[in-house]
Design a protein around this ligand. Structure first.
Ligand code: UGA
Length: 432
């Protein structure tokens, strides 16, 4: 099919590249000319495993092209995906400014009937508003059909998730549009859920909110386990064997971050408020996650009383491994709390340094390796479970630190390893 994808963030770009790889004719549109210039040369602005190869392959076989010109990008297209960002507005709701601009551009430049598919995470009811906004600004007599097709891929495994996701959700009030989307997606060999527009929009928010709640739940169980002498690793393993619970997303830590869970949980609360409904569970999930970010610093405070002039090595800044993204990363608030307490911070992250520098500037020093960061440090704090950080032998900390004291916010080592290493080891939800 003739497809265009608007927005070349990680959702839009991965969608465009994978649809091209299925054999569709895909044109990706982005107003960022510099980005389009780079993409035209086959260079991906983001790192996602496998993306670069697929990008080059589909540019050279002419299934994939890029433009910043809407007129060119929409010409003759039968299906148009909207995949622009919906950041968080000041009041916690989703900011639809970019989506609105896209709708107006579609209305202005589209010259034929088309199906508009929303990939962006948007509040319930937005797809109806998208239809009205496009139709209200159309300059030709053409027909627009709307489909909601929320995205469930994770940053860091976006290409893999596109081909191996658990489900594809498509929602529409138009049976023909649903059938066309079903046939486009059939080649992914993933179960397809067909539903109405509002339910599709809700599935996305409900899924992210549920996963955020699952993380906050296990974090609270971890905090309680510490107090009563249980080990959260064993508790989570035992719980996860119950198929109704499932063993994924039961890793206790310093709280969830990233560009999705924090924004989407707040957006659901805001949608509920508009519907005159309260969501006490979710409100507590948000508060619980906020509290979790401070817990590791509280532990250091109670161990040392004062952190003033203590040398603290931070290991990991990204909100999760395999990404350079620090949006809403717990590391940022942990670092700020340490700085407020007067600590001297030196941070190491295998990929996120450049992004962290933009936020933390020169208030912290940066190291180029785990060993450099912990050299002469009083305390080492693990905030992201990068392979490199997990693999750095715990017994080596004493080679570099005056006296090894580790606060591990991601439970990277077993208690046995910690005990054998001779380091003082504090983790999440396990006895010291
Ligand atoms: C999340 C969802 O997992 C995707 O399905 C969804 O498509 C995406 O949001 C989105 O809405 O676009 P992502 O934000 O890339 O994906 O990251 P996750 O792998 O879900 O991790 C989110 C946060 O939860 C990270 O900070 C991670 O460290 C934390 N986490 C995850 C835990 O603390 N414990 C766990 O057991 C799992």
């Amino acid at each position: 099919m003739e497809i265009s994808v608007i927005g070349t963030g990680y959702v839009g770009l991965v969608t465009g590249v994978c649809l091209a790889d299925l054999g569709h004719q895909v044109m990706c549109i982005d107003i960022d000319k510099e980005k389009i210039g780079t993409l035209k040369q086959g260079i991906s602005p983001i790192y996602e495993e496998g993306l670069s190869d697929l990008l080059k392959k589909n540019i050279s076989n002419k299934n994939l092209s890029f433009t910043s010109d809407y007129k060119e990008g929409l010409r003759g297209k039968e299906v148009i995906y909207i995949a622009v960002g919906t950041p968080q507005a000041m009041d916690g709701s989703a900011d639809l400014t970019y989506v609105e601009k896209v709708c107006k551009s579609i209305a202005r430049y589209l010259e034929n009937d088309a199906i508009v598919v929303t990939k962006s995470t948007v509040p319930v009811g937005t797809n109806e508003w998208i239809k009205q906004t496009i139709e209200g600004n159309l300059q030709k007599d053409i027909e627009i059909k709307i489909v909601s097709n929320p995205e469930f891929l994770r940053q860091g495994s976006a290409v893999y998730d596109t081909y191996h996701g658990d489900r594809i959700v498509i929602g529409s009030e138009d049976a023909e549009a649903l059938n066309i989307l079903e046939s486009i997606n059939a080649d992914f060999s993933i179960p397809i859920v067909k539903t109405d527009l509002r339910s599709a929009e809700m599935i996305k928010y409900a899924s992210n909110a549920f996963l955020a709640a699952k993380i906050s739940f296990i974090n609270e169980m971890a905090n309680l386990s510490e107090r009563i002498g249980a080990n959260i690793d064993h508790v989570a393993a035992g719980m996860g064997m119950d198929k109704r619970i499932g063993n994924a997303f039961l890793n206790a830590g310093i709280g969830y971050g990233g560009s999705c869970f924090p924004k989407d949980t707040r957006a659901v609360i805001s949608i509920a408020k508009e519907a005159d409904y309260e969501m006490p569970i979710l409100e507590n999930v948000v508060d619980s996650n906020e509290r979790q970010r401070g817990i590791i610093v509280d532990k250091m405070m109670s161990r040392f009383e004062r952190l003033k002039n203590k040398k603290v090595a931070i290991l990991g800044l990204a909100f999760k491994p395999e990404t350079d993204d620090i949006r809403e990363a717990p590391s940022i608030s942990v670092t700020e709390k340490l700085l407020e307490a007067g600590a001297e911070v030196c941070a190491y992250d295998p990929a996120a340094r450049r992004n962290a520098e933009k936020v933390l500037s020169n208030k912290v020093a940066y190291a180029d390796s785990v060993s450099e960061a912990i050299t002469e440090a009083d305390i080492a704090v693990i905030l992201t479970e990068w392979k490199e950080i997990k693999k750095f032998p715990i017994e080596d900390y004493k080679k570099y630190m005056k006296s090894p004291i580790i606060f591990d916010g991601r439970n990277c080592f077993t208690l046995e390893e910690a005990k054998d290493s001779g380091a003082e080891y504090h983790s999440i939800g396990r006895p010291v």
